[in-house]
Design a protein around this ligand. Structure first.
Ligand code: 5GP
Ligand code: ZN
Length: 142
């Protein structure tokens, strides 16, 4: 728990929010700047800064909660799809440094959906660079 952390404030009931679900380890609430109708955030109750720091049990609990909520946005809101998003680090768009997974319902009806892909799918990369980087990662992971 950090006194400065807005999401710890949400877990502790100090910061007003629209709660969607809660269990022993996780808390889910609506995002105040939604990318689509129903955009919400799932967080661990225990403070962790980001994906690199969160303990495995909290990560598991948050992920399972996100899956449960993803099913609900499809069934209850009629979403046509769902994106789960985690931003880890300021250069990866993280702005609140308490781990969270965005659950973003997606709609064919674009009046409900303002999210766009930030890169161009289908543009091939340099084959040698892909192979070199893959090899470096494989050597530290295997
Ligand atoms: P990030 O950019 O760190 O991945 O996402 C942070 C998210 O938290 C943003 O989508 C932002 O709208 C949301 N957010 C920031 N402050 C608050 C708040 O006080 N209440 C709620 N409900 N959402 C917040
Ligand atoms: Zn926190």
């Amino acid at each position: 728990m950090s006194d400065q952390c807005v999401f710890c404030g949400i877990v502790n009931g100090v910061v007003p929010n629209t709660k969607v679900a809660e269990d022993d380890a996780t808390y889910a609430f609506m995002d105040i700047n939604p990318a689509s109708d129903g955009h919400l955030l799932v967080i661990p109750k225990r403070h962790s800064t980001d994906l690199l720091e969160i303990p495995a049990d909290d990560l598991t609990a948050v992920t399972l909660s996100a899956q449960r909520i993803a099913k609900a946005v499809v069934e209850e809101l009629g979403a046509d799809g769902v994106n789960l998003l985690n931003c880890c680090g300021a250069d990866a768009w993280q702005t609140v440094f308490h781990f969270h997974i965005h659950v973003i319902p997606r709609y064919r009806d674009k009046t409900k959906d303002r999210l766009g892909l930030p890169w161009k799918p289908g543009v091939p990369g340099d084959a040698e660079t892909i192979s070199t980087i893959g090899g470096r990662l494989s050597s530290v992971l295997s």
